[in-house]
Design a protein around this ligand. Sequence first.
Ligand code: XIL
Length: 318
Amino acid sequence: LQALAARIRPDFRIGAAVALGPLASDADYGRVLVGNFGAITPENAMKAQNLSPQQGTYTFEEADAILAVAESKGMAVHGHTIAFTEAMPRWMQELPAGTEAERSVSAQALLDYVTAVVTHFRGRLDSLDVVNEPFDVDQGTGLQQNIWYRVFGPAYPAVVSQAVYAADPQVKQYINENGADVPGRRQDALLKLALDTNAVGGHIYGVGLQAHVYNLETDAIPAGELTKTLRNFKDAGLHVRISENDVADDDGTDVQAEQYATVLATCLRSSACVSYTTWGVDNRYDWLIDDDGSLQQGHDYLFENGKPTPPYDAMRKA
Ligand code: XIL
């Protein structure tokens, strides 16, 4: 896939979210990953809860092992993620923020975390989600009032962005969000947040559009709407990555395959869109299937037990 895409745009990257478990244990997984993708996003290994389970202590081993594979194969790495409500260790969630004195101590703890992590990975990341899923869940447009917000206030993305820049001025900084893939209030809010962040000293290069499609009837992403979307961000001077595309396995594999192909083809043909990443590799490892094997809602990824699926074939044609 990466080679086909590069024929259309030499600098374009096709990526996948990657976990160390299957990478270390499943030869098929490694083979199709290296054979088809030019970039990776560590699926969970660079989230704060995994990088710093205790305050002041860092566990970089898993992320380093994933990056070592990517580096040995010349794959670009997208870091995911610094400030993310859902993936913080307890100590971070529970930092005190009631008084000004508490906020100042907690601010230092959060900045120390950012500096330690970004310094550790400096020079190895092409891009990084400095803020992930800033908005209220259920498609809201207000900022989630997480610890970053409580300590630094509503302009916290700019504070995080500046700390990232100080530790690694080269890494391209993104704000990543779901539900902003088609024009509408949520997209307007994301665009405004990126611009507001830069207006107060942030270094946001672009936005990540997750493009998770949970229901093809209610939240499909049509080519025309995505094209408009990419134009909206481009007109505002922002780049776009399709950061986590996957399509729920509802019923019709054709419709599903078409949806994958539409998102990739539209991104590939817009100069505003710098890369496309799918949130998984093989149906064997589906993030919406519980560990006990019970199904919340499965996906069709591009591979099943190492064999191409209809979405893969559709994407090759795209
Ligand atoms: C998901 C992972 O894929 C799962 O393994 C984990 O249990 C929960 O997080 N949006 C994001 C990703 O930005 O970080 C999420 O990843 C999927 C939704």
